[in-house]
Design a protein around this ligand. Structure first.
Ligand SMILES: [Zn+2]
Length: 253
């Protein structure tokens, strides 16, 4: 199962928690989980394989020391995890006749040979238009299309909500990045980052994500005050958190 960001270790950075995402074991408050393998060895080492972060440690080292070690290597681990995520994305299997879960509907993927790249959505079909279509070329067309949708929608809506909450001047930029670990991210410098794959989700879920990240401009944490603010602009936010928990893996094309 994919793990998602909960609280970051840097006090100035928070990613949204959409549950499933609670770290387990000894890694509470870290944006990923890790497993510990003890062995007769003298030094600690971290391995990242697929989704798994594994720490190999000598027998005499305490769990707290291991956590300390992991925390110090967080940036490296996150880079590794993202790299693996990128590799996995390249292997995604879009196929003619296969299915895709788009805005809470299961649609049939159709490859349509065409000189122009495009996506056309009908009642039942998700038509990918392009040249020499295969899993890889179709994925590229879909990714470009989703990024375009994200650019057209998210900055304006984010700015509008920030202005409504009177923190318009705090919002410095909205950027897009596909990461495996989170849907959104907000820094104390006023930069909000969205994973453009969120465009696969229903519009209400997208609005919840915007509410979540904009609320971080006022509260850089997931405190009760933070969630009340989210609720004030997105009363049904619990529904959307649950929806993401249940379906988000299907959006990861
Ligand atoms: Zn958050």
């Amino acid at each position: 199962m994919r793990q998602f960001m909960t609280h970051s270790n840097q006090p100035d950075q928070y990613a949204h928690p959409t549950e499933g995402m609670r770290p387990q074991g000894g890694s509470s408050e870290l944006p990923y989980t890790y497993t510990i393998v003890r062995a007769r060895r003298k030094t600690m080492v971290v391995h990242v394989r697929h989704d798994n972060v594994e720490v190999r440690a000598p027998l005499f080292v305490s769990d707290a020391q291991i956590k300390d070690f992991v925390v110090r290597h967080t940036q490296w681990i996150l880079r590794k995890l993202e790299h693996k995520a990128g590799q996995e994305a390249q292997r995604l299997a879009l196929s003619d006749g296969g299915s895709i879960y788009y805005k809470a509907r299961t649609l049939t993927v159709c490859f349509v040979s065409d000189s122009c790249d495009d996506i056309v959505i009908t009642d039942k079909e998700f038509r990918i238009h392009g040249r020499r279509l295969n899993a890889e070329t179709a994925a590229k067309i879909l990714q470009r299309w989703l990024l375009m949708q994200a650019r057209a929608l998210l900055p304006a809506r984010t700015q509008a909500l920030a202005s409504y909450l009177q923190v318009g001047s705090k919002l410095k930029e909205v950027v897009f990045r596909k990461t495996k670990t989170k849907w959104g991210h907000c820094t104390s410098s006023g930069r909000i980052q969205f994973n453009w794959l969120i465009m696969m989700a229903p519009d209400a879920v997208i609005d919840y994500m915007i509410a979540h990240e904009v609320s971080h401009l006022l509260h850089m944490n997931h405190s009760r005050r933070f969630w009340s603010l989210v609720e004030s602009v997105c009363p049904d936010y619990r529904t959307y958190v649950k929806w993401l928990k249940k379906h988000e893996h299907r959006l990861w094309i």
